[in-house]
Structure formats: structure tokens, C-alpha cells
Write a protein that binds this ligand. Structure first.
Ligand code: GLU
Length: 229
């Protein structure tokens, strides 16, 4: 059986771009009779907004999404990330780095609290200097833990996918199928986000917004009717 997921960060309310991503993974999972899980990616504590998680879940419910099982909060999974980082260290795949510059060259630092993983072209961070496990590591550990077989997400994460597949190989974890959907942009061509001041989903326009999301994804209205009655 296939299992998909939606993994919002509780940094603010959902916007139309989030709705499109959620619909894409939901339709993919449900149309194959699979499960669909929600994971709260709340590790980046400085960016978390209190109450945003409940607001997101309420919005999903209002639009008619039904998820399987309890919502997984990444903040409860620190020990699992620590074990994964230890494994990368022991295998000599992660190295400590105190560079502050962004570099495309492998880093040669030997001290510091930041840990990076070697990756052809551009090494990447798995443990941040502020003591927070990086998105790339957490997402890989949790996609495996939750048995995710199909990741459907925005094209802004295309660059992350080879890094995540690399970590799966290093950690002996299975690789799900990945698909990336086109990004919704505003009239300036910017990705919808908190930074570009994307408006929160208007709960009073549920049907209209769902129709728009289905049209954007070129998904048939029959699926819209079946999955979001
Ligand atoms: N939490 C990430 C975000 O809000 C999504 C992670 C993913 O889908 O892999 O953009």
C-alpha cells in the first residue's frame, strides 16, 4: 500500500500554494487507496509561530482533508535524529564545520558544532550551529519512520531530493518515489510564502479555492467531487 504525507512548517497560516501541495499529495495517495499522513515540521523553533499548528490542522479539516493516525510533531523526534547523526559521524560521512561562509567547496574546518555531510558539488548541513537538526536530516528520518512511499511536494524542494536520497543511502533507509508539482507564484513571479506576504486561505471560499487548486494541477473535476464532496 502506498502512503503519502503533507509536512507543513508551523510558521504561519496555509496559503494557496500550500493548498495545491496538500491536494496533490492527497489525491495521489487516496486515488490509489493509500494512506495520507500529516507531519508538523516544527524543528526550526525561531521560525515557529505559536498556534500556527492548530490553525493549519483546522484549515485542513475545514477543506475536507482526512489524515490517518495522529499528527507527528518533529519536536518529539530529537532522539531519532541524534541516532541518525551519530551513525553518519561513525561512518565518517558527517564532519564538524564552523565555516560561516556559504561555500561550494568542501569545507576543511575541524571544529565547531555544525555538522555537514559530504555531497558532490556542495556539502550540506545536517546539524545546525544553533543546535537544531537540519530539515534534510529530519525529513529523511521521518519519511522512513512513517513508512512514506510517495512524496509529492513543491518544485522548490527539487534541489533537496538528491540530498535526501543520498542520506537514505548513507543511513540504510528506503527511498520513496518523489514527484514535484509546479509552484504557484504571485503576479511578480515570486513563490507564495510568508516572506512574499501570501494571504492565508480564506475559509469562506473553500469550494472556489479547491476548484482552483484542481485546475492548477490539471486534475479532473471527478476526483474533486469524489475526494472533497
Ligand atoms: N516542511 C517543508 C515546507 O514547509 C516541506 C517538507 C517536504 O515536503 O519535504 O516547505
Amino acid at each position: 500500500m502506498n502512503t503519502g504525507r503533507f509536512a507543513p512548517s508551523p510558521t504561519g497560516p496555509l496559503h494557496f500554494g500550500s493548498l495545491v501541495t496538500a491536494v496533490a499529495s492527497y489525491v495521489d495517495a487516496r486515488s490509489k487507496g493509500g494512506e495520507w499522513l500529516v507531519r508538523m515540521e516544527d524543528l526550526d523553533t525561531p521560525r515557529n509561530v505559536p498556534g500556527a499548528d492548530m490553525d493549519i490542522l483546522h484549515t485542513l479539516e475545514h477543506f475536507g482533508f482526512e489524515w490517518n493516525g495522529p499528527v507527528l510533531y518533529q519536536s518529539t523526534r530529537i532522539n531519532a535524529y541524534r541516532r541518525a547523526l551519530d551513525r553518519l559521524r561513525r561512518g565518517g560521512h558527517a564532519y564538524p564545520c564552523s565555516c560561516t561562509r556559504t561555500t561550494t567547496e568542501p569545507c576543511t574546518c575541524t571544529s565547531g558544532s555544525r555538522w555537514r555531510v559530504r555531497f558532490p558539488g556542495d556539502d550540506f548541513t545536517v546539524f545546525r550551529s544553533d543546535g537544531i537538526f537540519a530539515y534534510q536530516l529530519a525529513v529523511v528520518v521521518d519519511d522512513a519512520y512513517q513508512g512514506i512511499t510517495d512524496v509529492v511536494r513543491g518544485a522548490d524542494l527539487l534541489d533537496s531530493t538528491p540530498r535526501q536520497v543520498h542520506l537514505q543511502h548513507l543511513l540504510g533507509l528506503p527511498t520513496p518515489y518523489y514527484r514535484h508539482v509546479p509552484l504557484v507564484v504571485n503576479d511578480k513571479g515570486e513563490k507564495l510564502s510568508k516572506q512574499t506576504l501570501a494571504p492565508a486561505l480564506d475559509l469562506t471560499r473553500r469550494n472556489e479555492l479547491l476548484d482552483q487548486a484542481f485546475r492548477f494541477l490539471r486534475l479532473p473535476p471527478s476526483q474533486r467531487a469524489e475526494l472533497f464532496p
